[in-house]
Write a protein that binds this ligand. Sequence first.
Ligand code: ZN
Length: 599
Amino acid sequence: MATPIRYSITSLDPASHLYDVSLTVDSPAADGQVFSLPAWIPGSYMIREFGKNIVQLRGQSNGRKVAVKKLDKHTWQAAPCKGALTLHYQVYAWDLSVRTAHLDRTHGFFNGTSVFLAAHGFEEVEHVVDIVRPEGDDYKRWRVATAMPELKAKRYGFGTYVAPDYDALIDHPVEIGDFALATFQAHGVPHDVVITGRVPNLDLARLCDDLKKICEAQIAFFEPRSKRAPVDRYVFMTLAVGDGYGGLEHRASTALICSRADLPVKGKAEQTDGYRTYLGLCSHEYFHTWNVKRIKPAVFAPYDLRQENYTSLLWLFEGFTSYYDDLFLVRTGVIDLDNYLKLVGKTVTGVLRGSGRKKQSVAESSFDAWVKYYRQDENASNAIVSYYTKGSLVALGLDLTIRTQTRGRRSLDDVMRGLWVRYGRDFYDGKQQGVPEDEILAIMEELSGADLKRFHDRHIRGTEDVPLEDLLPAFGVAYEANVPADAKPWLGARIGKEGGDAKLAAVYEGGPAMLAGLSAGDKLVAIDGLRVAASGPDGLLARYRINDTVRIHAFRRDELMEFSLKLKSDTAPQVTLKALAKPVAVLRQRQAWLTQKGR
Ligand code: ZN
């Protein structure tokens, strides 16, 4: 049995945004030990080349310097040496996102993918990490939050942590700082809620109450009989900032960023849109504990962290998760039916706005995530469809189709549970098998007992819209698509403020701006000789009627150009879903879908 790979991580001065890392391999490869850093982080499908943040890497063995040469952008090789080899390096950590690493005098956060080089050939051995408190009085109150098990450390303390292999090491992000902390139990498993950032009057008790309902419901969903969680403990770590939103799932934790205003305030019972959004995000990442961290596409089992891992199934792993996140809020009563239908209506409206949905299927969008969804440019809404939002409508459509075809005996819930039993439950217990790319239709049909080929061909492999207007009424939900009666003149572009200018951030295909010859990046100067404010042209446009023609001056780069534009109304429908009072049989269907009692 090989000895563990040992790391230590600290900072000489957090204000420098540099982590000091050392890594020791007791018996390095005889022909020169190779090390590398991942090029991407699982859950965020884009090549990020974390190796670019490594500075000053040095090798040492028996007190002597060992030469280290670079083989490519994220790979190093040490010269052959006898005895233990230690690398020392620093990592620049100044990206305030859940994907990389961040460090200053207020807190530290890191993903292992950003800070821990992999020692090739030793990926399967134990990896132990000393997390060392920075020196100085400013850091006396700092604690450590991570789902990585402690080896020689008190819970939340600095000290030694341990992971069974490299894959686990980089799947336990670490937050260090003076954070707020609360713990609740969900079906006997401790769940920590860690909030970093200044949040006056934070109502942690209310947050724990709501999260407990969501977590217990999801545990019982996948394991209805045993109610056994897939983890021994779980950590929700959130960084609260002025304005932010994002999350990344891990096997026993999640790293989140939210807006301070979204978190509940002590003594204020009202449920804000922002708080619902935050709970939806928590629910989403928690559902990933099963769907994508354990039930995975075959190509992720194991991940190849050096390059893109192509799968056409992200509509299942992200889309289904996006469907179930809010569904669990309504099933547990954390949000009410009206608010749930409002959220779904907003998603439908958003999906129907982009013409990219007619050109790219959710299967194609999944496959191309690395270069399209994750690298959106000004043409995105005209060229791509989101496997998150349309994927969630695909899940809704599949759920209602299965319920309709089987007269309520089966649902998408049975598909999820079937996938769990077949691919997920034993994933970290020696059965590393992923969902095969080409068999998903057969698997879903087998698990649901429904005929789903038509749906799959049209709405997953094809680009047709999910026919929710046909499916929802049988469940007591009315689907209304309206172009607002008080339609205002519209340019057919998204406007972004840039300095003192109103800039066209995106130009919608077939809209008035594109027909007039305007482009994304153009800066609006005047409409009919009147200056366009940086905040946009809405005030000026309000004086016009649909079908009026206006003269627009705009800068393209440094050239002033003139355009003749015929104003139209925005033809994208606003979709609203409403609960109907219907015969008892229909209400029973709706209850089975949207509540826990119904099943
Ligand atoms: Zn997700």
